[in-house]
Ligand binder design. Structure first.
Ligand SMILES: [Zn+2]
Length: 204
């Protein structure tokens, strides 16, 4: 698992455009651009474990995610949506209990196209949660019918990948679990930008 995490971590470090400084904006600090790939997980065996979302659905979510993260001066670019066919044996344990080991084994054997610095996977459901991001990884998962808005789930899981933790302080915050809050505090924005830069520079 660690090796695949490393693969997923390093895939875009130093990649085209990934480390080029973005132009400073007129009103804020330099924009941090992070390559993000969102995968439609599709079951090779034809079961309904994979996602029913379309590419257009996920592209729309991606645009809204960029709207949420703009408050931190972070933009997911390039933002790609790709199909990824995996086995029911890989999907079943994720749906049942969040075990991603078999999926990681399959990805390790056959790395998907266009890995981003961060990578999201959409699937039918996952042990009753809206989404999750395995600790220490560069990957996260989002289910088809979350209880809060799609872009909020996706943005929240990205927050975990950028090393933000849950808060119990304010339901309006992105990192409050299970709400539709979208706000990032100044401290959270600073941490996320720092971590994003570290990922792009290959030292995290
Ligand atoms: Zn969370």
């Amino acid at each position: 698992m660690i090796v695949l995490f490393a693969l997923l971590t390093s895939a875009c470090a130093g990649g085209a455009g990934a480390t080029a400084p973005a132009p400073a904006t007129a009103t804020g600090p330099e924009l941090v651009e992070v390559p993000l790939t969102l995968y439609r997980l599709i079951d090779a065996d034809g079961s309904e474990l994979g996602t029913t979302r379309t590419t257009a659905d996920i592209e729309a979510i991606g645009a809204l995610v960029n709207g949420i993260w703009s408050q931190a001066g972070i933009r997911f670019e390039p933002l790609r949506v790709r199909d990824l066919i995996v086995s029911a044996a890989a999907l079943g344990p994720i749906v049942a209990n969040g075990d991603i080991d078999t999926l990681l084994d399959e990805l390790q054997a056959s790395p998907p196209d266009d890995l981003g610095a961060l990578n999201g996977f959409f699937l039918s459901e996952a042990f009753g949660v809206n989404g999750f991001a395995p600790t220490g990884s560069r990957v996260f998962f989002v289910v088809d019918r979350p209880t809060v808005p799609d872009q909020r789930v996706t943005s929240h899981e990205i927050g975990h990948l950028l090393e933000l933790h849950h808060t119990s302080q304010d339901r309006g915050r992105l990192m409050f679990s299970g709400t539709d809050g979208e706000e990032l505090t100044a401290d959270e924005q600073t941490v996320a930008r720092y971590v994003a830069r570290g990922i792009l520079d290959g030292n995290r």
